[in-house]
Design a protein around this ligand. Structure first.
Ligand code: 13P
Ligand code: SF4
Length: 303
């Protein structure tokens, strides 16, 4: 039986031998983060996918992230680390429902959070990520926006860029929406000197109490750049673990013990190993129509 360190060494050997680039979202477990070529938020992963020189990319994350990699690099072999790793929010709106909404709102540009299926992206004007949404919205050449699917990120953007008419749908991330104002009050009472850093997928009652609202990479960057020692982290709890490794002298507390994304946690180090052996994961295959039309919305974000 291999232990964690042996398995990591074997993964690194196979990765070099087979010319595979491993991308990992920051919500993956720490043993996976350690063997990845690049770790980041959705925006960073998209950019990295475009620039990777290897012909095979193994995406340790959820399906929409692997689809984004394939759309940006259709000539490459893209493998999703676990076939069942999806994002419930990405599937909250169907293509037919979106087409109906577009008919009712003919003047609105459709802005999609990157947490959407490739099929939905085909119907959108521009993608955004949590890290890029505010800046991109400022430069959008439309006064009316249909923002899908996350109304919480949408409201956060609306507050920062209020001079547009916004339309939202019902939905959101079930993991982040589980965090309540009560969690904030409890955490602040327990750790009165800690800074509160949260993801914009949290509800307004949570984001409006925060010292900083930003993407996963944004939260980690905030910790790096500020001279403070205690932080309450309002996003998936892997970030708490990674921050503890990076800054062992500082204190990090989860805002909610329940903030765990079971989809991001599906991939194990053994799955990564099996993917490299060619006996695990799922190769992402998208048809020509989807590759061409979903790319427009992603390019509009990256350009
Ligand atoms: P980031 O863009 O911050 O990586 O967020 C992705 C995500 O799925 C958060 O739940
Ligand atoms: Fe989707 Fe939420 Fe999990 Fe992010 S944390 S992948 S938005 S379910």
């Amino acid at each position: 039986m291999l232990n964690t360190t042996d398995l990591q060494k074997e993964i690194l050997r196979l990765k070099h031998e087979k010319g595979v680039c491993i991308l990992a979202h920051a919500y993956e477990t720490h043993d996976i983060i350690e063997i990845a070529d690049y770790v980041g938020d959705s925006f960073g992963l998209s950019k990295q996918a475009k620039d990777a020189k290897e012909n095979t990319i193994l995406m340790c994350g959820v399906r929409f992230m692997a689809e984004t990699v394939k759309i940006l690099s259709p000539e490459k072999k893209v493998i999703l680390s676990h076939p069942d790793a999806g994002c419930p929010m990405a599937e909250q709106l169907s293509v037919d429902e979106l087409k109906r909404l577009k008919k009712d709102l003919p003047n609105a540009k459709v802005v999609a959070y990157i947490n959407t299926t490739a099929a939905l992206k085909c119907e959108c004007d521009m993608c955004v990520t949590s890290a890029s949404a505010v800046e991109l919205m400022k430069s959008l050449d439309s006064d009316e926006v249909l923002f899908i699917p996350d109304p919480n990120l949408g409201s956060f953007v609306k507050k920062a860029v209020p001079n547009k008419k916004y339309h939202f749908i019902n939905g959101g991330c079930p993991v982040h929406m589980g965090i309540s104002y009560e969690d904030v009050a409890n955490a602040k009472a327990k750790h009165p000197n800690a800074k509160l850093l949260v993801h914009p997928e949290c509800k307004k009652e949570v984001t409006q109490c925060a010292d900083y609202v930003g993407s996963t990479t944004g939260i980690m960057g905030y910790v790096k750049n500020i001279d403070e020692n205690e932080f309450i982290i309002g996003t998936e709890n892997s970030i708490v673990e990674h921050l503890k490794f990076e800054y062992p002298d500082k204190k990090f507390y989860p805002l909610s013990k329940k903030c765990i994304c079971s989809d991001m946690k599906l991939t194990t180090l053994v799955d990564v190993y099996n993917c490299l052996l060619g006996i695990g994961g799922e190769e992402i295959v998208l048809d020509e129509y989807t590759l061409k039309n979903a790319r427009r919305a992603i390019d509009n974000m990256l350009n």
